[in-house]
Design a binder for this molecule. Structure first.
Ligand SMILES: [Zn+2]
Length: 306
């Protein structure tokens, strides 16, 4: 499941390649045909991420809200502006898809030397929404949510979400998260995943943030000192910033150059506890534990986090 950093990167890609341009919208699969008709031909005026949700605004008022969920993904193709010199544009974010060739200039996942093909490619598979400019195309497949909203409805959705470190005032976000955790008799491991408490944290960041704080995942929100909760928010701000910049959920700080390169290449080198059950803790050597919490896998070190 894409966590908050991915959705911010998707919003940035839309900002670079779609915002300010007239967009042809269609639903090759048909399930979003009426919605696509509402936005077809309009100029995209904004692309915003809040937590795991993406909001695209179109000239004249309509917005499209997209939540990728577990199976959703965007495939971008065409002449995509990179975020900065030397950085690669995004080709695809979301669930991995092996059957589709993804093209973004010369960056193609698993196929780096592919020739630029005819543009735009014919939609392949179940494309819920295709957005097309003269130079770029974005295909959306398998989202949990894809719907047209007006501005007031967008505002209601955003208000129902917990704070996102990259949206609005960061200090105000800290107060909101504190308020939403400090009175709750619910394990902190569940509160961090609750998108109405704080936005954008998924299973990977949840496990890693709790380890970095050496915090028992079973501790109830109401029992945590205020400073601990503030520390969780500040660490989330820190990790999200790195995630958006690199595209990876890098959660181990102070890696030397070699270790950093390894971590970029290999997810197993990136994390303190996530997916490391049975392996020795990087700090104390105790075996990392995995348990199910609300049907999601929770990883932690029973020694460091007790
Ligand atoms: Zn440990």
């Amino acid at each position: 499941v894409p966590e908050g950093h991915s959705v911010h990167r998707i919003a940035q890609q839309f900002g670079r390649s779609f915002v300010g341009r007239a967009v042809r919208a269609s639903s090759p699969q048909g399930r979003f045909a009426a919605g696509a008709q509402v936005i077809d031909g309009r100029t995209m005026t904004a692309a915003r991420a809040v937590g795991k949700q993406l909001f695209l605004e179109f000239d004249g008022g309509p917005w499209v809200r997209i939540h990728l969920g577990i199976y959703g993904a965007w495939d971008f193709a065409g002449d995509l502006a990179a975020s900065s010199p030397g950085s690669k544009p995004l080709a695809s974010i979301g669930a991995p898809r092996r059957t589709r060739v993804r093209m973004a200039e010369r960056e193609v996942e698993g196929c780096p030397d592919a020739e630029l093909e005819a543009f735009p490619l014919e939609p392949v598979g179940q494309v819920r929404l295709r957005l097309l400019t003269e130079k770029a195309v974005a295909d959306l497949r398998g989202p949990t949510t894809c719907e047209v909203l007006d501005a007031a409805e967008v505002e209601r959705v955003v208000q129902s979400l917990g704070p996102d470190p990259l949206v609005g005032d960061v200090a105000a976000g800290e107060e909101r998260m504190l308020e939403r955790i400090c009175a709750r008799r619910v394990p902190i491991s569940l509160l961090l995943m609750d998108q109405s408490v704080v936005s954008g944290i998924g299973n990977v960041y949840r496990a890693e943030i709790l380890f970095r704080a050496r915090l028992d995942p079973h501790a109830l929100g109401a029992t945590l000192p205020e400073e601990v909760i503030r520390g969780l928010w500040r660490d989330w701000c820190h990790l999200l910033t790195i995630g958006v910049a690199t595209g990876h959920m890098l959660t181990i700080d102070d890696l030397d150059d070699d270790a950093y390169e390894r971590a970029l290449r290999d997810p197993a080198e990136r994390h303190w506890v996530y997916k490391r059950e049975g392996l020795p803790c990087r700090i104390c050597g105790t075996h990392i534990v995995m348990e199910l919490a609300a049907a999601r896998k929770l990883y932690y070190c029973p020694n460091c986090q007790s």
